[in-house]
Each structure stands twice: as C-alpha cells, then as structure tokens.
Design a protein around this ligand. Structure first.
Ligand code: HEC
Ligand code: HEC
Length: 362
C-alpha cells in the first residue's frame, strides 16, 4: 500500500518532496483500527504540547494542529516536521531512524488521522520554487513580519522562520500558502488581500534565501547509560540545592554541582532523538511518554539522592516526569529551571553526538 512506504526518508525522498502533494490530496482512507492506535499515539506523544484536542499552545508554544489552513497545505512538510523535528525548538523528531519512538508506519497513520480530524483535504501545491525579489522581500519582512517572527527570523510569538531545518523541510509553496492564507485560529494573519502577489513572492523568496540546504542531521546512535551508571559520582556527597518554588533548580547551581562531582541522577525527559543529538553528560533518557515507572522506581536510588529532570524549554516534559517521581515518594527531585536551551545559552557544557547528513533531495 502506498502509505506504507510513503515516508522512507532517504530512498524515496525525491518522490516525497517533489511528487507527492497530489498523492497526499487523494490519500486513501486509513482503517478504523489504525485510527484507534493513531488517536492513542497522539495522546501519548503529542498532547503534552499540542493539547488533547489538538488546539495548540498548551506547552512550549506548540502550534494548533486544528488550523484548517495548516492542515490543508503540505501534508509532507508536516510529516517531515514530525519525523525529523525542528532543531532549536521543543519539537523533536519522532522517527525511529533519528532516535525517536515511532516507526514510519505509525507516523504515517498518525498524520493521516490528524488530517482526517481536521476535516480538510490537503490541497495540491505547485512544486516549482517561488521566484521573487529578495531585497524587496527583506524590507517587507522587516515591516510586516519581524514583530512576530523576530528580526532575524529567530521566532517570537510566531515560529522561527530562519530555522534552517524548518526551511529545509518545507517547499516554497508551503511557505507562500501560509503567508497568503494565514493560520486560522492563531495569530498568523492572512496577507493575501493585503500584499500584492509579487510582494508575497518577494518575502517567500527572502525566507528561502536564508535556508542552508536540503539536508537533515541524523545522529550516530549512542547507548544510554546502563542502570549501574544512573547515579553520577556515586561515592561523593550530594549537592545542597535550594529550590525555587519548591521545584526548580537553577542552571548555575546544577552546573556547580556537576563541576564539583556531586552525587545525583540526571534525567533527560525529551523525545529520545533529542537526547541522541545533544544532552547534559551523564543524563539518562526517560522521555515524558515513558510508561515503565514501576521498573524505573526500582532502578533509581531511594536514599534521598537528588534526581534532576530537564527538557527543552520551558519545562512541561520535565515537570511531568518529576511529578511521576514525587507521586512515587521520591523527595529530593527538581526540574532544571532554564531547560536545556537556557543551559546551552548560558554556556554550560553538553555532550553532542556525531551526526551524519542525510540529503533529502537525492
Ligand atoms: C515538547 C513539546 C512538543 C511535543 C511533545 C510535540 N510537539 Fe509538535 N511542535 C512543538 C513546537 C514548539 C512546534 C513549533 C516548532 C517551530 O517553531 O517551528 C511544533 C511543530 C509541529 C508541527 C509543524 C507545524 C507547522 O506549523 O508547520 C507539527 C505538524 C507538529 N508539531 C506535530 C506534532 C506531533 C504529531 C507530535 C506527536 C508525535 C508533536 N508535534 C509533539 C512542540 C511539541
Ligand atoms: C501577529 C503576529 C504575526 C505576524 C505579523 C506574522 N506572523 Fe507568521 N505566524 C505567526 C504565528 C503565531 C504562526 C504560527 C501559527 C500556528 O500556530 O500554526 C505563524 C506562522 C507562519 C508560517 C508557517 C510556519 C510553519 O512552521 O509552518 C509562515 C511561513 C509565516 N508565519 C510567515 C510570515 C510572514 C512572511 C509574515 C509577514 C509577511 C508573517 N508571518 C507575519 C504570527 C505572525
């Protein structure tokens, strides 16, 4: 069946990027059983940020997945966003190939289910690049877009449009469609009636000019620490954290404790592909969708050793795992206040994995 092989990212990718919009528009109906699994997978993996009702903005500024203008454009770009994630944002990659928890088939069913829930069909978008006056586009961007998307496309109320991963996984027509139609139910206004077509081409071309290519990074997998190595510096005394609001440890205090080789456990609660890309040295990947708490409890020290959880930013995933631990009687637990993004921007060390580049255009 066509959908089964649909997202094979390397082998089938030219097919994927360049010829499948028409197929997405005529997607075969998925079966009832697939739908039940997909709905459950949605709640398990996505609801934390995008909301139980797909309404968006529950955590980490995750966009609405109900917006008809999002769901009507570019099935493939959405599939790519979920498969590979958006580097530099809380949106991680869910495909097993980059270290995520889901197979191609599961992802494909999930995305078909999301499409069905939206009640709109994906429209056919032209595949040709949009040609426009980049210098003009730059001016329009500064006047009309920078207020929400950031002066350098770094993102603000709106997502980071300068994100090379976002740009490398989206076609020009997908960007243009979002600009013309906006995203109903969100702050993204439609510019179709306000800007002339050549102005819209110009700003689209400007965004595209900031992309660096069409490749994504695929991590060389690292093995998570084994149970005997969960506790860092087992022979040392633990740190003396004083917590903000009874829950949060500041990056400065955590860094100091790590530098001084204090005894503790660090849990990385993001989707596991993000742990593969980069993590705080010594952390154990226990993602927010983890379910085997009974065995985890047995693997964690119950002697008051500090257990610190962290995620991207802000803190939804880390708070989730933390409260599971507190419910099970662990007392000295804390959430990293700044998240790993804050940690990195403060200049504290992370251990980055090796990556290989996968060229999506081949
Ligand atoms: C930890 C929070 C978090 C989780 C969990 C999460 N997302 Fe996201 N998602 C985000 C954020 C933040 C963005 C916006 C990224 C950006 O700025 O480009 C996003 C973007 C997306 C997009 C792109 C939307 C667009 O406007 O192009 C899709 C599609 C998506 N997510 C689907 C999913 C699905 C499906 C799941 C579950 C498998 C999921 N997300 C899990 C936070 C999350
Ligand atoms: C008032 C704030 C605001 C303004 C002004 C604005 N945007 Fe947006 N934009 C947003 C928000 C919020 C989203 C995310 C919507 C969602 O949740 O799907 C968005 C989404 C987008 C997307 C889709 C990105 C993706 O990941 O799928 C594109 C492309 C975009 N905007 C381009 C522009 C351009 C170009 C301009 C100027 C011509 C502009 N925007 C002006 C708020 C704004």
């Amino acid at each position: 069946m066509m959908w089964k092989s649909f997202i094979k990212p390397i082998a089938v990718c030219s097919f994927l990027i360049f010829s499948s919009f028409a197929i997405a528009a005529n997607a075969p109906e998925s079966g009832k059983e697939d739908d039940t699994v997909a709905a459950a997978n949605y709640q398990k993996y996505c609801a934390l940020c995008h909301g139980a009702e797909r309404q968006g903005h529950v955590n980490d500024d995750a966009p609405s997945l109900r917006s008809k203008s999002l769901m009507s454009a570019g099935f493939d770009e959405r599939l790519m966003a979920v498969s590979y994630g958006r580097r530099g944002t809380a949106m991680g990659g869910y495909l097993d190939e980059v270290g995520g928890p889901m197979s191609e088939d599961e992802l494909s069913s999930l995305m078909q289910w999301l499409q069905k829930q939206s009640g709109v069909e994906a429209v056919e978008l032209p595949l040709e690049p949009v040609v426009g006056d980049i210098a003009l586009g730059k001016e329009i961007y500064a006047d009309e877009c920078a207020g929400c998307h950031g002066e350098n496309g770094e993102g603000d109320i709106g997502p980071a449009l300068g994100n090379p991963v976002m740009l490398s996984l989206t076609s020009d027509s997908f960007l243009r469609y979002a600009i013309v139609n906006g995203r109903d139910g969100t702050d993204m206004p439609p510019f179709g009636d306000y800007l002339e077509p050549d102005q819209i081409d110009a700003v689209t071309a400007f965004l595209r000019s900031r992309a660096t290519g069409w490749s994504v990074e695929k991590p060389v997998f690292r093995t998570p620490p084994s149970v005997e190595n969960y506790v860092l510096n087992p022979d040392s005394p633990g740190p003396e954290f004083s917590l903000k609001d009874g829950l949060y440890v500041l990056a400065k205090d955590l860094n100091e404790a790590l530098q001084n080789n204090k005894r503790m456990v660090l849990l990385d609660t993001r989707v596991t592909s993000m742990w593969q890309m980069a993590h705080i040295e010594g952390s154990v990947p226990i993602p927010y969708y983890y379910e085997l708490y009974d065995s985890l409890v047995a693997d964690l020290p119950s002697d008051g050793t500090w257990i610190v959880t962290y995620c991207e930013c802000p803190r939804a995933a880390a708070e989730d795992v933390n409260s599971e631990l507190r419910d099970r009687g662990f007392k000295n637990t804390a959430v990293l206040w700044e998240g790993i993004q804050g940690w990195v921007s403060l200049g504290y060390p992370v251990s980055r994995g090796e990556v290989t580049l996968v060229d999506l255009k081949k």
